[in-house]
Write a protein that binds this ligand. Structure first.
Ligand code: ATP
Ligand SMILES: Nc1nc2c(ncn2[C@@H]2O[C@H](COP(=O)(O)O)[C@@H](O)[C@H]2O)c(=O)[nH]1
Length: 427
């Protein structure tokens, strides 16, 4: 029999606005607003004008606030060791406030947020507080950091990173894939400081950007990765990847080897494919035949290609290496690798299981690695089920963007929940 464990907090019914100091040994104190005003005199106005949930992680209390419906959720941290409130840098797209939320710590590194009165694709969020990504960003920014990611039920297909030297045919292969499977794949539109070529459209091929603007956005942690490539700045914004995921498509990134390395180090779980030319001479021929670069630029790209080919083929960074000799053959191999060979029509896609709507989750319990939500929805009532079990034991990825791997089941009694939990554990 699993033990009941873990605390949950609820922004609407149990916010720190409403509660008195009713904490017990080993639990973090539940604040209420008058106490805050007396205790904290560090210059920060602690008077919350919002309803907040609070979650204790080690020495810190994460207060997640909702002011008005439609406004983004806010985050502040009370550090028990210093006795001060801190406003962290918040990365990723923030969820909008709805009709309250419940918060529960999972995996000791992220807070699961369940929003009320919200659509199925907007009801589950994670605030990462101590994941690898957040720890790295704390080091970089030298400040407290938290990061939002949206919870995704099931294992949606991983993004695909395609890399290789300039002129090898990455763009050509990606265009073929997008043309054959338009509803399955979406292209991550990078930012670059290079000038547009003839026929390149801003927002379609690239977001063409001033260097100073891009540098500022990099500083503001808007980018998943960026690199200096052939003398210009290129980068994948977090938003570029999110836009594709929001359209329900599998994201394709066309980036250089440095960028691939950064993505590998990030929490975005992807498949990494390196494209090789049949020979260096053929690569040069293709670059020249494309006719888009000056002689000086071609020389620079070829010089860089030597290092890229060496790194791409030897570093173990890539999951797959494809040689683009004959274009059609290479394309077939790419499709094989992506499980797209055979009788696959564009209507094919692996949809993640439809999540059950969770509009009024009125209580949340954490039981071992599972989160039980007791809720009331018309859909569930019809099916006489009012308990939902979320399995958070095999979460993948995280901020920026999406946390995948959530499993969800609707149950109609607590004993079913316990059985369900055991089934989920053993499935
Ligand atoms: N297998 C192939 N055989 C012959 N030519 C090819 C092949 N694949 C692509 N090409 C041609 O090579 C040129 C370069 O291809 P493409 O622009 O797709 O390269 P790329 O890797 O995307 O380059 P960059 O990194 O500079 O964007 C294009 O003119 C394309 O038509
Ligand atoms: N690290 C990144 N590299 C990128 C990105 N977008 C494109 N690229 C790579 O740059 C070169 C040159 O591209 P071109 O369009 O100027 O020929 C090529 O290898 C691309 O893969 C990015 O966002 N990040």
């Amino acid at each position: 029999m699993p033990l009941l464990s873990g605390k949950f907090s609820d922004s609407a019914s149990g916010s720190i606005l409403n509660r008195r100091n009713n904490f017990s040994m080993g639990e973090a104190p539940a604040f209420f607003v008058d106490d805050l005003q007396q205790v904290f005199s560090n210059g920060f106005d602690p008077k919350p004008k919002v309803s907040e949930s609070e979650t204790t992680v080690g020495d810190k209390i994460y207060a997640i606030g909702e002011a008005h419906e439609g406004l983004a959720l806010s985050t502040r941290i009370f550090d028990n060791s210093t006795g001060e409130w801190v406003i962290p840098a918040v990365l990723g797209t923030k969820p909008e406030a709805g009709k309250g939320h419940s918060a529960v710590l999972v995996n000791e590194d992220r807070i699961l947020i369940i929003k009320r009165g919200s659509t199925p694709d907007d009801c589950i969020w994670f605030l990462e507080v101590d994941t690898e990504f957040v720890r790295e960003q704390k080091k970089t920014l030298g400040t407290e950091v938290v990061a939002w990611s949206r919870g995704v039920i099931g294992d949606a297909n991983k993004p695909i990173v395609i890399s290789g030297p300039s002129g090898v045919g990455k763009g050509t292969l990606i265009s073929k894939l997008m043309k054959e499977f338009p509803s399955m794949f979406g292209f991550s539109v990078s930012h670059t400081t290079r000038a547009p070529r003839d026929k390149e459209i801003n927002g379609v091929h690239y977001h063409f950007t001033e260097r100073s603007v891009m540098e500022k956005e990099i500083k503001d942690v808007k980018f998943l990765e960026f690199a200096n490539v052939h003398g210009n700045l290129y980068g994948t914004s977090i938003e570029a990847v999110e836009v594709v995921a929001d359209a329900g498509k599998r994201c394709i990134l066309d980036i250089d080897v440095q960028g691939a390395r950064s993505v590998r180090a990030s929490s975005l779980e992807a498949i990494f494919i390196f494209i090789c030319p049949p020979s260096f001479e053929e690569l040069e021929k293709r670059l020249r035949a494309r006719g888009t670069e000056t002689e000086e630029q071609i020389q620079k790209r070829l010089r860089n290609a030597e290092a890229e080919l060496e790194q791409g083929q030897s570093s173990g960074l890539f999951d797959h290496i494809l040689v683009n000799d004959d274009l059609d053959k290479c394309y077939e191999n790419l499709k094989k690798l992506l499980d797209l060979d055979g009788n696959v029509a564009d209507t094919f896609s692996k949809p993640s299981p439809k999540p059950v709507e969770l509009p009024i989750g009125h209580s949340v319990l954490k039981i071992n690695e599972k989160v039980v939500i007791s809720c009331r929805t018309q859909e569930l009532e019809k099916a006489s089920k009012n308990l939902i079990v979320l399995d958070v034991s095999s979460l993948k990825g995280g901020a920026p963007g999406r946390t995948r791997g959530l499993k969800m089941r609707a149950m109609d009694s607590f004993s079913d929940v316990v059985n369900g939990i055991n089934q989920l554990t053993h499935s």
